[in-house]
Design a protein around this ligand. Structure first.
Ligand SMILES: Cc1cc2nc3c(=O)[nH]c(=O)nc-3n(C[C@H](O)[C@H](O)[C@H](O)COP(=O)(O)OP(=O)(O)OC[C@H]3O[C@@H](n4cnc5c(N)ncnc54)[C@H](O)[C@@H]3O)c2cc1C
Length: 369
């Protein structure tokens, strides 16, 4: 007798989807991951930029690092650390007051160890997406999700109308799948709608998100007046924090690379002018110039960067959590589970915990079918 390996589709290769896929695959399921992005990571991506001179620069332009407070997540992170996927970023952090022009202790140290992916923040997702039992398909957005009642199978179709396959189970990891933002991005209606999964769609469609801009900068020499490698800005309406990527373990130190994060208020003002559709090159150039000027006004940016580029995170942080104690959402009639940071807390730890919970829920549902 042959056993049928359950086939599961995971939409999204961010950390929640990657953790969920890895857990399912380790429990004998055949998993296919689909992601819009060119590579894995979602908001834990690493951006590769090539300068005019042909030099490659790498920036962790999403989450710069993460912390862990729960033992269930720490167990997973320690396993990644033993595989060399994660390391502690041991540099000192601080806070810079733009009025007094002084650094102060930020209190960040009380948050515990700061973890980073090695050699980039996306390394964890990349490794998980390559584990045995997982097939990963990038550059593919899922635009249509149908439940074939008689066959008890999911049928998925891509944004450009390509049939993606039939699956016995489905894990969705982005609130975009149920929100009007999906239509702005793709021109298609959101695939997880009220007809398909009313309880889930009603919770997901209205999740508010906070937007931010980031500015990636490369300098040929270290900035000598900055005594810490990560800091928050006090009394700036434009900048909220800055992180020196080239000081992280496993990164090249050939150039000094910084990622500056805007304030939420600054991003709101720009988006009020430009809308949430894809921003133009002129908008990104203006944002890059404004963030750099604010950095220069602090007196900390003592030389001219030889590379700079702005990026917008339209949905950087969810401003609500929709699952809390249950840690993921699921459909009571069909094998559909939803996970992501928006289920628990707006950070990497919340996304990992939600991914673990989704896998566990899915396996319980599957054993009952
Ligand atoms: C600028 C910034 C700074 C941050 N700082 C920190 C920090 O200091 N510490 C911390 O812990 N966290 C931080 N975070 C938050 C952290 O990055 C997120 O909480 C976490 O990465 C979320 O993971 P996720 O899997 O839930 O979602 P995501 O990473 O967003 O993954 C969802 C994935 O689904 C894909 N997708 C969506 N729809 C479709 C579709 N229809 N078809 C195919 N693919 C689809 C997307 O492309 C995406 O890759 C930061 C985030 C940003 C942006």
């Amino acid at each position: 007798m042959t056993t049928v390996v359950p086939k599961v589709a995971v939409i999204g290769s961010g950390i929640s989807g990657a953790v969920c896929a890895s857990t399912l695959a380790r429990n004998g399921m055949a998993v296919t991951i689909f992601d819009f992005g060119r590579g894995p990571g979602g908001r834990m991506s690493q951006r590769r930029e090539t300068t005019k001179e042909g030099m490659d620069l790498f920036f962790d332009h999403g989450a710069p690092y993460f912390t862990v407070s729960k033992s269930v997540v720490l167990d997973v992170v320690l396993e990644w650390e033993s595989r060399g996927l994660v390391a502690e970023w041991k540099e000192t952090f601080g806070s810079f007051d733009c009025i007094s022009k002084r650094f102060t202790d930020s209190g960040e140290e009380s948050l515990g160890k700061k973890y980073i992916g090695i050699p980039g923040m996306n390394s964890i997702c990349r490794a998980l997406c390559n584990e045995p039992g997982i097939e990963s398909k990038f550059g593919i957005g899922v635009a249509k999700i149908e439940w074939l009642m008689n066959q008890k199978l999911w049928s998925l179709t891509s944004v450009d109308g390509m049939f993606l396959g039939h699956f016995g189970g489905l894990v969705a990891t982005d609130k975009l799948l149920a929100s009007s933002g999906f239509s702005n991005l793709t021109g298609h209606p959101p695939p997880l709608d009220m007809n398909l999964a009313p309880q889930i769609a009603s919770k997901m469609e209205q999740i508010p998100f906070r937007s931010y801009f980031v500015l990636m900068l490369a300098f040929s020499e270290p900035l000598p007046t900055i005594c810490v490698k990560g800091f928050s800005f006090k009394n700036s309406e434009v900048l909220s924090s800055a992180f020196c990527d080239s000081s992280k373990p496993g990164r090249s130190s050939a150039s000094e690379c910084w990622v500056l994060h805007s304030t939420e208020e600054y991003a709101k003002k720009v988006i009020a002018d430009t809308g949430l559709q894809k921003a133009s090159a002129a908008t990104f150039a203006r944002v890059a110039e404004e963030l750099l000027q604010e950095f220069q006004r602090t007196g900390l940016c003592t030389s001219q960067p030889y590379f700079m580029k702005a990026h917008r995170w339209g949905s950087a942080f969810p401003a609500a959590s929709v699952a809390r104690e249950e840690k993921c959402l699921w459909d009571t009639n069909k094998p559909l589970v939803v996970c992501g940071d928006f289920c628990i807390s707006p950070n990497v730890e919340g996304a990992i915990e939600s991914g673990l919970a989704a896998a566990s829920k899915f396996m319980t549902m599957h054993s009952c079918i």
